[in-house]
Each structure stands twice: as C-alpha cells, then as structure tokens.
Design a binder for this molecule. Structure first.
Ligand code: B3K
Ligand code: ZN
Length: 877
C-alpha cells in the first residue's frame, strides 16, 4: 500500500476553468525511440472565473518530460514554474499569452494505452478521459474547448499515412527529408477528442451525400491484411449517417470522416472528431471469421461512435460527472438504430437481459453509483454499465413520458441550444422540459440515486362493479454511500389479459385503452381500472418501461398465458424467463441442500407449445429457449452458490432436451440454411434458433446430434455456425471437444480475431483441471499480456468458469489476484476491469466469500494504481 492514498474528486467542488485555450497548435516529431511534442497554446484568463491572479495549473502525466517552456517569446527559467508528478504550475502569467511547451514522450514504452502509444507498427492515441495529459501539459478537462491544428512529422517510408482530426490542409518535406502533414479541425473541442494515427495502412474509400447534398469522403484504414474485412463497417457507417438525419435531423459536419482499426485498445472504440479509432474486434467483419453477434456489434459500435459526433462532440460534457449526458444518450440512440435496422423486440430483449444481469449486479455491489456520480477517485472506473446502460434507460423513460414527437422536439432544442458548448445532464433535461411542457423535476432523481428500485404489486378484482385495482409500492435498497433513498417517478407501461389471452380494453382515468402508461411517483399508489368483466392477468412494465425489479405473485399458469399470448413481445420473453427462474430456484435449493434434483416443469409445456407455433419469429423463439444465465441467477440470488447454480442449470437443460428431443431435431433441420452467408436479420434469426436447438439436442443421447455437431463444425461456410458447433461441443462435454478445439486453433491461428474467441472458449471450458489449463493458455504462443483483447478473453473467460474460478480451495481467486497485481503496473485500466468478479465476495457462500476477501486484502497491500485502488478499497469498505 502507498503511504498516501489517492484523493477523491467531488462534483460539488466543480469550478469553471481559470484559463481558456482558444487555439491549440501541436507538432509531433515521431520517432522510434522518442517523440517530441511541441505545443503552442493560445491562452487567456477566463473572465467567468473571477480572480485574476490565479496561477496556471496544467495537467500532466509522469511519462511527459519537459524540455522547454516559454510564455510568448520569454523562455521560463526553472524558478518560474513548478513541476510535480502530475502538474505543471506557473504562478504568474499575463492575461492573454501564448504558452509554448516542448515535451518528450516514449510511445513505444506506453503499455497503459492512454495518450500516444504503439500498436503493432503504428502510432495511435486514446485520450478519453484523461489521456491527453500523457502527451503534453494541458488543461485536460472537457469544458476547455479549443481549435486544434496538428502537424505530424514522420519518416514516409514507415508512416505513409499520418492522420489527425479535421481536414488535411498542408503536406510537404522538412529540411531533414521527413514528411510533414498538417491537419486542421475547425470545430472547438476538448482534448479528450484529439486523435493521431501514423502507420503503413491501407484505405477503403467511399462517399456519403448528406441530406443537404454535401459530399463527405469516408475512409476506413487498416493494416493491409485486413482491408478485405471493412465493407460491412462501411455500409453500417452509411446507414448510421442516414439514420441520424432522419431520426434526429443531424447531418455530418466535416468534409471527411475517417475510421482506423487498431489491435491494441483498452475498450471498443473512440469517437475522436472526424477520426474514430476502433478496436479491430469492433470493426472488422467477414463471414468466415465473424459470428452474427459480432456483425451486430460492429454495426452498433460504428453507429454509436458516429452518433457521438452530435451527442458528445458538438455538444459535450461540462465535467466527467456528466459522462452519461453523452454516453447514456448515445447508447439510447444506437439501441434505437439497431432496433430500426433489425427487430425491435429482439433488440430490446438482448439489451434488457444484459442490463438485468450485469448493471443490476453493479448497482447492488460495492461500486454502485448514480448515473451522475457524486464523486470518483479515477474517472476511468466510471465508464460503467450504470453510466451507459442505465443512463440509456433514463433517456428511454423520458421518451416514454414525452412521446416520440415531443422527445424529438426536445432533442432538437438541446442540440440547437447547446451547440459548441460543454453542458450538464440538467441542461439535457431542461431542453426536454422546455420543448414538451412536461415537468421532469421529480423524474430527475433517477440521475442522482443509485440502486435498482423494487416494485411490489398486488391486485384485487371486484366482479360486481367491474373494478380492477393495482397497488404498487416502490423501494430502492440503501447502499453504503446512500443511506436514504426516496421514491422515483416510474413510468409503468401495462395492459390486461383475459383468461383466454385476449387484450382487455379497460378505462383508466376516463380513457379507454388496451395499453396504459401509469405514473408511479409515490412510495405506494393505487391504480383503478373500470369496465373489466373478468379477472385479468396484468402484463406489467411492457418493453421494460423502467429499469426496476418487479415483484408480483404470478402463478405458473399466469406466466404460461403471458408467454403465449401477450401482445408485448418483450413481456412474452420475460414471462418465460420468470417461469424458468422460478423452476430453477427450486432446483438450486435442492442442489444447495445436496438433495436429488427433480421438478414437474411447467416451462417444458410452455416450450412445447412454443416450438409448435410456426408463426413466431425464430429469433424470439431462440431467446425464449435460452435459460437464465449463471450470471443472472447469481444476481437474483440472496447468497450465491456457484456450483449449485451450475448443477441446476445443467440438470434443467438436460431435462428439457430429453422431453423435447424430437422437436429440437426437427427445429435443427427446419432452420438450417443453405447457400451464401448473409448477416441480415432473417438469416441471423434462423441460425440462432438452429444453433439453440443444436445445443439442447446435444444434451440428449442422440447419436445423430453428436454426429451433426461435428459435421456442422467441419463443413460450415461461416463462423457463426462453426463456432456455435464448437461451443456446444465444448459445453456439452462432447467426446471430441478437445480435438475440435485443437483443430479450430490450427485452422485459425493466423486470424487474431478468431484466436481471441478460441482463447475465451478455452478459458471458459468447465473441467476439474480448469485452472492449470488457463495457466497453460497464458503460456501459449497465441497469448500476449499486453494485448487487452487477449487478456479479456482468457481472464474474462476464466472469471465465468465455475469449476476453475470458484474452486473450493480458493486457487482460482488467488490466480486472478496474481494477474491483477501484474497488470496493475502494465495497464491499470485493464487491471481494474478484471477486478469485477471479485467485487461480489459479500454475496458468495461464506466459505468462498472469505477466500475471495483474503485475495482482495492481498491486492490492497500492493503499490496500486488509482484505478485498482479505488475498486479494491471500495470492495473492502
Ligand atoms: N467514449 C469512449 C469511451 C472512452 C473510455 C475511456 N476509458 C467510447 C464510447 O463510449 O463511445
Ligand atoms: Zn460512447
């Protein structure tokens, strides 16, 4: 442990910047060993700040070495400034001046992958949130917006492509024979949106004509061997540009839009102005190497980063506490886009399933925080599911409360009012209120209160008067950081079904309708419906109209009815999940009590009907058939017994498979597609159902199923089918699984994006010796501790491995802790993310929980980065 602990930054302490930077001129002299960065910052005191004698405090990283410093033409001697580990302080400055800084950095030694670094043979950057300070001294905060001009100097033979934000305005040769390129971005931006790329790259060109008839040049850059995998991303980009024009009236603003793929990247992608940088796993796609899920992910991320051009870049965040202003809104925008491109219900089910599993767990754990956090130690730790996914749910609820038309008026006003500004979540809500006339004062509490609200619902029906009453009570669990919680404004989209599954048209507040939006605002409220002639089954929170946990005592019959008849596709899925959870809970409890597992399953009956219905979207059928995951059941559990959950799921899947063996065989044949692969929704749907059927079918003793999986693995013409066959073989412990894994690696060892899938599946493989296998993977030629994708695959996959990670002797926890300690020095952001599985220790069965806690205590004794320190110390608080 360090002697002094990192300090906490609070939202309440926000102050406007004392200085502004109107123009930023940067020169990068790129070299293999040292890169010299010269900045000329056109600065002035901020009139809004007040005090005119405040010193100039610039942010920096330990890795930036100062060579020379001047104010206007005066070179500052050492006694006129002070340098600390992360600041440069100049006590006296004029009111208006140019600060010139010459600094030296070593991108090739930058393993944190923040600032300027090397990935393969190229230079690239990642500056959000606070990476720019690792390049040069700066006011590295989002409310300092500046016009950037960037000169890149490099050896043309090694770096024929040199890119930065905006438009290329000049190119030539230096006296030493190097090439220089000058880029100018006319839009003021914070430093976190700065980008630079230099390398030997190939380009795919295209053109987009905007709605006002402006031609935009589109370019995607990759290393030459990947150029054949960018067509899908290019088409997705054009679809995104068109969609943002029609759905939000937003047009692209520069003459050129560039995307670059890099192999070493801490997250998915980055929305730098005019020059997006992508993790290659989120950009490249080809039928032979990319699964359907990854195709959809590429499309969604291309859209997400593009949409940031307005929600994030043109209108940015005042401070990092407002991160959800751009992220929550942009996730909502990309989710709506994907829903429009494919199936709205399928998309909603996938998003909610993820939210309910991972975000709910975060919101109930030691890192729980509001969508607009009140404090942080390291902002990188707050790029969370809460800020992104729950943040998107907040925007979705505003959409529900206002209706589509007024929501659009609100977003138009927001963009118009705040174009070129750095603003807050309150500004976003105010624009929505001003354009719609809807009062969102109470609703805004969603931004400041953490935790997942629990809604208890009871009902009563009076046949004589035809009155049906719903009583709803809300409570948000307290957390350590939040001892008091208050009622929220919760939109409840709902309908009523009669016993035959028909929608009931009932009166609420004098309005007759089959669907209603109720406003739950108090701790407890009664909603009365009239004109109801039969005892209804309520369909509540349709489309998941609020991110809450619903408690209503549905019988199995009610759930079967909703599952087969609800007009809301989302709730049909949700009812099936609930029924599965109920039955799995019985089995889990039997497993915990070490009893023989047995159940008279109602879900099997529901599945039987489902599989016989030919009208349904195959993608929805596949989603309904997917059993609640190990992670979701862990989130729901009061105390997590990992092995019992695994045993119950395994037993249940086999039971369903045996009961419906013939149906699964038939489904497999019916949904098998011949012909060329296409990532269009219709084909994806067939493949998802076929492969879901295969995974059940393999749980039976059918010889044919066991042969089929091998045939599919060997002869598939696309990665979706090949990888699905491999995964099913591995998870069902097929006798040929080992050979299949080995031949898969053999076949794809030269495709890094396939290799990361293989690493993940191998690390995830349940086996008595899972830990030694994972240790073997880390020694494998395919592994590289400096590559985040590979680390995420192996250690992330292992974190989901019940027999390995949760081994009763605690060796799995100790192993992960060892890796976190090593990565803490190499790449703190990645190390901190890897802590997630350890954050659940308090909920684990006590003997395991104590072992996990011991590892957390061991990590805390190390000399930790801010990133890891914050997570581990909060876990132990
Ligand atoms: N804005 C970036 C995330 C940056 C994460 C920095 N640790 C990608 C995105 O959300 O679009
Ligand atoms: Zn984003």
């Amino acid at each position: 442990m360090k002697d002094s602990q990192p300090s906490t930054i609070y939202l309440k302490d926000y102050q406007v910047p004392p200085y502004l930077i109107d123009k930023t001129e940067l020169t990068f002299d790129l070299d293999e060993t040292t890169t010299v960065v010269t900045s000329r910052l056109h600065m002035r005191r901020n009139p809004e700040f007040g005090l005119s004698t405040t010193p100039l405090v610039l942010d920096s990283g330990v890795d930036v070495k100062l060579i020379a410093l001047a104010i206007d033409d005066y070179t500052l001697p050492e006694e006129e400034y002070r340098l600390s580990e992360n600041q440069l302080i100049i006590s006296a400055t004029p009111d208006v001046f140019i600060l010139t800084c010459e600094t030296l950095i070593e991108p090739q030694n930058n393993t944190r992958l923040e600032g300027l670094y090397r990935s393969s043979s190229m230079f690239c950057t990642q500056c959000e949130a606070e990476g720019f300070r690792h390049i040069t001294f700066y006011l590295d905060r989002p409310d300092v917006m500046s016009i950037f001009t960037t000169t890149i100097i490099g050896d043309e033979s090694r770096y024929p492509v040199m890119l930065s934000n905006g438009n290329e305005i000049e190119r030539g040769k230096t006296d030493e024979g190097k090439t220089f390129v000058v880029w100018h971005d006319p839009f003021p931006k914070p430093a976190y949106l700065f980008a630079l790329v230099a390398g030997d790259l190939e380009v795919k060109n295209d053109v987009f004509v905007t709605q006002s008839n402006k031609e935009v040049k589109l370019q995607i850059f990759t290393e030459s061997h990947n150029l054949d995998k960018v067509d899908y991303a290019m088409e997705a980009l054009k679809r995104s540009m068109r969609w943002d024009e029609t759905a939000y009236g937003r047009e692209y603003d520069l003459d050129i839009f560039m995307i670059v793929a890099v192999d070493d990247f801490n997250m998915g992608a980055m929305e730098n102005k005019g020059l997006n940088i992508f993790n290659s796993s989120c950009l490249l796609a080809s039928p032979k190497t990319t699964t359907d899920d990854s195709y959809l992910r590429v499309e969604a991320i291309v859209a997400h980063e593009y949409f940031h051009n307005w929600s994030g870049n043109r209108v940015t965040c005042r401070d990092w506490f407002q991160l959800s202003l751009k992220e929550g809104f942009t996730v909502f925008r990309d989710q709506s886009f994907s829903a429009d491109m494919h199936s709205e219900t399928v998309k909603r089910v996938e998003d909610v399933s993820f939210l309910r599993t991972a975000q709910f767990a975060e919101d109930a754990g030691p890192m729980a925080h509001p969508v607009r956090p009140a404090s942080f130690i390291e902002i990188s730790n707050f790029y969370t599911l809460t800020v992104y996914e729950k943040g998107s749910e907040i925007v979705r609820m505003i959409h529900t409360l206002l209706g589509a038309e007024k929501f659009r008026a609100g977003s138009d006003l927001y963009f118009e009012r705040h174009d070129g500004q750095a603003v807050t979540c309150d500004d976003f809500v105010s624009a929505m209120e001003d354009a719609s006339g809807v009062d969102l004062t109470h609703f805004k509490r969603w931004y400041s209160q953490s935790g997942t609200p629990v809604i208890e619902v009871t009902d009563e029906f009076d046949a004589a008067s035809g009155v049906y009453r719903l009583t709803m009570t809300q409570h948000t669990p307290e957390t350590a950081a939040q001892p008091v919680t208050l009622p929220l404004h919760i939109p409840v989209k709902m309908g009523l079904l009669d016993p035959n599954g028909q929608e009931i048209s009932a009166y609420f507040n004098g309005q007759e309708s089959q669907e209603h939006v109720l406003h739950l605002t108090a701790e407890s409220q009664v909603f009365e419906f009239t004109g109801v002639t039969t005892q209804p089954v309520p369909s509540l929170f349709r489309s998941f109209s609020a991110p809450i946990k619903l408690r209503y005592d549905y019988s199995s019959e009610d759930l079967l009815l909703l599952m087969s008849s609800d007009s809301d596709g989302f709730n049909r899925w949700s009812a099936a999940q609930q029924l599965a959870v109920n039955e799995l809970t019985v089995l889990i409890n039997q497993a915990i009590a070490k009893q023989a597992l047995s159940i008279d399953s109602q879900l099997v009956k529901g599945f039987k009907n489902l599989l016989e219905n030919k009208e349904l979207d195959p993608a929805m059928v596949a989603l309904i058939l997917a059993l609640p995951s190990q992670a979701y059941l862990s989130e729901l559990a009061e105390t997590i017994y990992p092995a019992a959950i695994k045993e119950a799921r395994g037993f249940f899947k086999k039971l369903i498979a045996k009961e419906l063996e013939e149906d699964f065989g038939r489904l497999y044949r019916e949904h098998h597609l011949e012909g060329e692969y296409s990532p269009q929704a219709k084909d994806i749907a067939h493949r998802s159902l076929k492969n879901m059927a295969l995974s059940y079918w393999l749980e039976t003793d059918s010889e044919l199923a066991h042969q089929t999986v091998k045939t599919q693995f060997e002869s598939a013409n696309n990665m979706t089918d090949q990888f699905a066959a491999l995964s099913s073989a591995v998870h069902s412990q097929h006798e040929d699984a080992e050979n299949m894994l080995a031949s898969f690696y053999e076949q794809w060892q030269h495709e890094p994006l396939v290799v990361i899938k293989w690493l993940m599946l191998s690390a995830n493989q349940e086996a008595a010796d899972a830990l030694s296998r994972v240790k073997g993977l880390m020694e494998h030629e395919a592994f590289d501790l400096k590559n985040p994708n590979k680390v995420r695959s192996v250690l992330g996959g292992f974190g989901q491995n019940v027999s390995g990670f949760h081994h009763e002797d605690g060796s799995g926890y100790a192993f992960l802790a060892d890796q976190i300690i090593v990565l803490n020095k190499l790449n703190p952001q990645i190390a901190s993310r890897l802590c997630t599985p350890l954050t659940r220790w308090k909920k684990l069965q006590p003997e395991l929980g104590q072992k996990m806690k011991g590892q957390l205590e061991r990590i805390l004794k190390e000399d930790l980065s801010k990133d890891v320190y914050e997570v581990i110390s909060k876990c132990l608080a």
